[in-house]
Design a protein around this ligand. Structure first.
Ligand SMILES: Nc1nc2c(ncn2[C@@H]2O[C@H](COP(=O)(O)OP(=O)(O)OP(=O)(O)O)[C@@H](O)[C@H]2O)c(=O)[nH]1
Ligand SMILES: [Mg+2]
Length: 537
């Protein structure tokens, strides 16, 4: 405990040199460090050696003097939170060198009022109790208990706090967070809290210091080990944030890369993902990268870094590996081209299904062609295109190809790595642009997909927009979207909703030969006389 003798030595020296003086005391009561500051503040030494895991107190008390008898300052409370001291105490150094009041605070486990710390009432040095060890062990127990409860309630997976910082309108910010939440879920994480701060980006820490500090405390209270930012962070921001918070810091791109890494099953998919990861990593590999900064970067979420190496990777090797992978991607691209050429010789028309991720592309492919490719409620369930045959009446056949989903702000690295895969779209005779009509963001999704198609130079292909998941929407929404985009409503889960779409496909692929009925339906669709009536009852 802080004895009156110790307090007095601190205050005497402090008054004599007119600086704050403090000691860090471990749980056995030994002084671990002595620190001397200036008249108004102290700069604490690097205490990483004392960190004991992200969700525990560090085992040190920070006792220091204040020359003007002021209570604990914001800096003191920031230190308490970020360094996770057992306790922080400020001892008033009176002008005569004697200790006066003592101000103390400790962190709090999760509580109904969301209070991060408890400020104890100031007491005179002589009245400091000796119940400190009990207090700390009760606190640690409490922290552990709330964490355990949180874990049981929160599903498996690493625990993450999502952070959105921008000056965008509230609705835009919330849509961004909703998508990030889906991404996190698809990556197997459990989201324990969301922080939205509306302001311009802080150049170094992205969010304001105060909010960052609160977030760190929340992370501790909830046992979260990850901070995920809804934007793409610069390498120096990641470093600054990770160092300041001692949490693993990821951005949106990394989460997407991680989902891709988990879903890559084919050899080509794995190569493309590793390539994308390395391209993301390369500019982040400084000349003198510390091992811990590197593990934060390459670790991915559950340690799923790029395929080859983890810690020992350096710029040079990353570059070599990128070159090697690029060669392989190219080789596989050639093979794809050959396969395509063969198909073209067979002269079967090709329909490519494109669309925002999770729109229902694979489900539609399955339903159209009675196949069973993976379709699930997760973002980026499909990575590499799958082709199936679809038979139309009169012995007519087409190839239907599923593709990787798109997403807004698609990471450059991924786009580049998947370019050969997406080249498949070149040969398509018809694009089915599948849209999740039940998404509140449907229009934004459509715009995103259209701009990606444009980037791939396929936006002038014949395209049918398919309004999917109409079973989840009201008739008015479907009618409005249908009219606006000349789209055909379907429910990919229900076979009997597909005939209008099939008729429209026939009308595009075989305009001269398609029968009158089909043409009538196709016209009907395009004009949108009464699309809601086409929706399943
Ligand atoms: N209610 C409803 N759900 C649907 C419909 N079509 C698809 N789904 C569901 O939506 C989810 C996503 O379907 P997928 O077919 O995997 O979507 P995708 O576009 O291939 O997604 P990615 O490959 O991840 O980009 C699955 O849970 C489907 O069961 C529909 O018409 N109605
Ligand atoms: Mg899919």
């Amino acid at each position: 405990m802080v004895t009156p003798e110790l307090a007095r030595s601190l205050t005497e020296i402090s008054v004599e040199i007119q600086r704050q003086v403090g000691v860090l005391i471990d749980r056995r009561g030994h002084v671990a460090r002595v620190v001397v500051g200036d008249a108004r503040s102290v700069f604490l030494p690097d205490l990483t050696a004392y960190r004991r895991g992200r969700d525990r107190l560090c085992g040190l008390r920070w006792v220091h003097t204040h020359l003007n008898g002021e209570p604990l300052s914001d800096d003191d409370l920031t230190d308490l939170a970020l360094l996770r001291f057992d306790l922080v105490a400020a001892v008033e150094a009176q002008p005569d060198g004697l200790p006066g009041q003592v101000f103390q605070a400790h962190l709090l486990p999760r509580n109904p009022d969301d209070r991060p710390w408890e400020l104890l009432p100031p007491v005179s040095v002589h009245r400091l109790g000796d119940d400190f060890p009990q207090l700390i062990s009760a606190l640690e127990d409490e922290f552990q208990r709330t964490r355990r409860e949180g874990r049981e309630g929160g599903g498996g997976g690493d625990r993450a706090i999502l952070v959105h910082v921008s000056s965008d309108a509230r609705a835009v910010a919330e849509a961004g967070v909703a998508e990030l939440r889906e991404l996190a879920r698809s990556a197997g994480l459990s989201v324990v809290d969301v922080v939205i701060q509306r302001r311009d980006l802080h150049p170094k820490y992205v969010m304001g210091r105060g909010r960052l500090q609160e977030t760190v405390i929340k992370a501790m209270q909830l046992g979260a080990e990850l901070l995920i930012f809804d934007l793409n962070l610069t390498p120096s921001q990641v470093n600054a944030l990770a160092t300041y918070t001692d949490l693993k810091v990821l951005d949106r791109t990394q989460v997407i890369l991680d989902i891709f890494a988990q879903h890559a099953e084919t050899r080509e998919g794995r190569i493309q993902v590793e390539l994308a990861q390395l391209r993301y990593l390369l500019p982040r590999l400084g000349a003198k990268q510390t091992a811990s900064a590197l593990s934060r970067l390459t670790g991915g979420i559950g340690g799923r870094g790029p395929g080859e190496t983890k810690l020992e990777i350096d710029r040079r090797r990353a570059q070599d590996r990128i070159a090697q992978l690029e060669r392989e991607v190219k080789k596989l691209g050639e093979r794809r081209r050959l396969r395509r050429a063969r198909r073209t010789r067979n002269a079967l028309p090709v329909i490519s299904i494109v669309g925002y991720t999770n729109a229902g592309k694979s489900t539609l492919l399955n339903q159209l062609t009675r196949s069973e490719v993976t379709a699930e409620n997760a973002l980026f369930a499909t990575l590499n295109p799958v082709s199936r045959r679809l038979r139309f009446p009169r012995e007519r056949e087409v190839i239907v190809t599923d593709t990787v989903g798109f997403i807004r702000k698609l990471p450059e690295e991924l786009m580049a790595a998947f370019r050969t895969t997406l080249e498949e779209l070149d040969e398509a005779d018809l694009l089915l642009h599948v849209v999740d009509a039940s998404s509140p963001e449907v229009e934004q999704h459509i715009d995103t997909v259209r701009s990606v198609l444009k980037e791939l130079h396929v936006s002038d292909k014949p395209t049918i927009m398919v309004l999917n998941k109409v079973d989840q929407c009201d008739g008015d929404t479907v009618a409005a979207l249908g009219a606006r985009y000349q789209a055909t409503p379907v429910c990919a889960l229900q076979l009997d909703t597909l005939p209008p779409l099939l008729a429209r496909i026939e009308a595009v692929l075989w305009p001269a030969q398609s029968d009158a009925a089909a043409q009538a339906i196709a016209r009907n669709e395009a004009d949108h006389v009464s699309p809601s009536e086409d929706a399943p009852a």
